[in-house]
Design a protein around this ligand. Sequence first.
Ligand code: NOJ
Length: 559
Amino acid sequence: MEKLKWWQKTIVYQVYPKSFLDTTGSGTGDIRGITKKLDYLKTLGVGAIWLTPVYPSPQVDNGYDISDYTAIDPNFGSMEDMEELIAEAKERNIRIVMDLVFNHTSDQHAWFQASKASRENDKADWYIWRDAKPDGSAPTNWRSIFGGSAWTWCEARQQYYLHTFAKEQPDLNWENPDVRQALYDAANFWLGKGVGGFRIDAIVYIKKPAAFVDGKPDAEDGTVSIHSMIADTPGILDYLHEFREKVFEGHDIFTVAEANGVQPSELPDWVGAHGVFSMLFEFSHMNLPFPEVEEWCHAKPWKLPALKQALTASQKATATNGWYPIFFENHDQPRCVDKFFPEGGDPALRAKAMATVLLTLRGTPFIYEGQELGFQNVQWPCIEDYNDISSKGQYDLARGEGYSDKQAMGFVHAFSRDNARTPMQWRDERQAGFTTGTPWLPVHEDYATCCVEAEAMKERSVLTYYRHLAKFREDSEISDILEQGTYEELLPDDAQIFAFVRRLGGRATLTLVNFSNRRANYDPALIEGARPVTGTYPEDEPGVLRPLESVIYVKEAQA
Ligand code: NOJ
């Protein structure tokens, strides 16, 4: 096996800057807040921090609507703050990873302002403009990801523009080489600042189909989700290879692209020897509990074997080619303790179960802020309490389909992105030590016990367990197996236990996690000759896993 690169041997931590730490009392987090907490992140074995967007933005989609790719939003601080963060992080051997949002800009970006002014200007075709249908309606029946038509009318041009997401997020026209070059220049600007890599947003949408035609409606209002019409359009990879050549190649960085809809079997086109990126976030395991459009408001029933199957497929697809980013949370997903355990049970044990899988699979683990404390979802009573633009759109869509407020709120509670965006909980004090002001989103009510200060002092807390497993990965008798060992699935059909082996040179680790809230039996022959190295119950009981128990065993090479 080739020597591993730095980013294959570390843990990445995702910071949602708006919710991490506010140093000014404004109620929103800032870059200095991140710099202040670098030493905390070091205790989790973190070698890279992925920052969700900190560029100037009207914040319609919390920073994913960017109005300038090479500046910092004053709400987050200054370019000097950013340079200080990069430098201070480097001192601690941590690299900063920027989020590139290149499918669309904000409608306030100077490029769009120019483009929308007339049909004749040098940015006129930097976005996707189309004439209305003869009856004046939108060019197609596509529905944006956040709900409502994917087309918005522009008086000045007497044309519609396309937006995969909100109307304030017009899609860029990647067919135009000047657009592509401008985007590459922006990415190169950040490489010049010394960043350690990029997370690339919504990449599956950049290539649009040659013809724009109506799709078969999938909702009562006659619209069809734009995702099914444009995601992963053939030819997309040609652009991306150019992107790699002009930006990433030759730099000691990693790239991880968000590619909802790509299947594990397609990974070799995207990563590895013939691919474009170092890693790809595909969502086959994350989408399991998501409802189909026809089943709005109901979480889809799913069983553990489906989760194991999805993760195993990704592990296999990246076994000898490419690399896997292991993740169970991000800023768009409900908290994993609420998502992956239909039987419920002790939240701390659920959090530790996810930690055990996250930190013993093959690949680079991504921890999302608060995950290391066992953060849980929120449940606010009315849609007005929510900030997430996508939750509001989905609520409206569900109501339009005839669902009651209670049913639509049930969906919001289970899937709102605000679940992941409540402020970080540092201490048992007003606003959990996140801000001295009024936080932009309420702090979760469990902050007195679920906070860094309280958990750091507790021997068996979720945070202590994360730190303990991070140490195992970084520097222990089993680090080499966890970094490089092969992956082999065990008990694929077992409905309670997630089990797998990692092997390296005759030695092996065995991960056993009970996802159910009941005792689960397994054949003790599985652990014959193995010794437990760590687990979430004080003593292990061979052949049995207690509710939500996790254990890691090691098997030494036979003499
Ligand atoms: C994916 C990002 O993760 C999400 O937060 C955002 O709303 C969309 N892409 C649009 O940029």
